[in-house]
Design a protein around this ligand. Structure first.
Ligand code: SAM
Length: 252
């Protein structure tokens, strides 16, 4: 069932055994098994040139830790992309990178699958970042020990948006960040839980009222928790905008 045109990211890592890891189960794993996407994992160490297969060295100027060498990583990137018919985004997972947003995830999922470099040690020699035009991407304001988990988070976010992966494709347009809003709260059975009922509007059968309640809750949560998103929404979005990717592409 594998489709040769399926979305096929390439991951460069010093720990290939970490993949597919969580990407091999549930939604992403089923899609992987069904050939809706595929994954190419390459070991950066395969580009090492000395007999110890070393890939890192001490930082110029001194200081703690080690730095991934520019020549080794450049060679790994070049051989990974050698057969590409068209350019693909080249990402470097990095805590100092541009914060990953749902908007960037949508672009990546709808475009050529990226090459993703997983950093380790203190990071990567700046010259390979510059010479190979790597886009530095952060998944949050905290430091992981390596880029693999960050790459998995990015890939998981992309894969669920690929055609055929999610049951109801419409659901992506209602999720957090569509239209710069966080998502409204969800409820299900039982109708009473530890003395608390489901909000009456949600079981009223009045779809317009349900939609208005959800919109109001989404706005309230966004105002409270993410003043940055709220400000962006109010600066750029039309007053009466509904959520959805059309709106998102306007907002961003
Ligand atoms: N010395 C670096 C700094 O202070 O910015 C931290 C390096 S970290 C120990 C090793 C690698 O983990 C990084 O090169 C990067 O690939 C990855 N990493 C750590 N935190 C990350 C984050 N928040 N987002 C994306 N990648 C991250």
């Amino acid at each position: 069932m594998t489709d040769s045109s399926a979305w096929r990211p390439i991951v460069l890592t010093l720990f290939p055994e970490m993949f597919p890891g969580p990407l091999g189960v549930s939604l992403a794993g089923r899609a992987l098994g069904n050939g809706l996407w595929s994954l190419e994992i390459r070991d950066i160490r395969a580009s090492a040139t000395d007999r110890h297969r070393s890939v890192d060295d001490t930082p110029a100027g001194g200081g703690p830790g080690m730095v991934l060498r520019a020549d080794i990583l450049a060679s790994a990137i070049d051989s990974a992309c050698a057969l590409d018919a068209a350019p693909r985004p080249r990402l470097l997972m990095s805590p100092r990178g541009w914060p990953l947003t749902q908007a960037r995830v949508v672009e990546l999922a709808h475009g050529p699958a990226p090459l993703i470099v997983c950093g380790r040690f203190e990071g990567v020699d700046q010259r390979v970042i510059d010479k190979r035009a790597l886009e530095e991407v952060s998944i949050g304001d905290y430091v992981l020990s390596g880029g693999e988990i960050a790459a998995m988070a990015l890939l998981d976010a992309c894969v669920r948006l690929l055609p055929g992966v999610m049951g109801k494709e419409v659901s992506a347009s209602e999720e957090s960040f569509a239209g710069n809003l966080l998502e409204y709260p969800h409820y299900t059975r039982p109708q009473r839980f530890e003395g608390e009922g489901v909000p009456a509007i949600l079981i009223s059968g009045d779809h317009a009222k349900v939609a208005a309640w959800r919109q109001a809750k989404a706005e309230e949560l966004t105002r409270q928790r993410r003043p940055d998103l709220w400000a962006a929404r109010n600066q750029k979005a039309p007053k009466d905008n509904a959520k959805g990717w059309q709106t998102l592409s306007f907002v961003l």
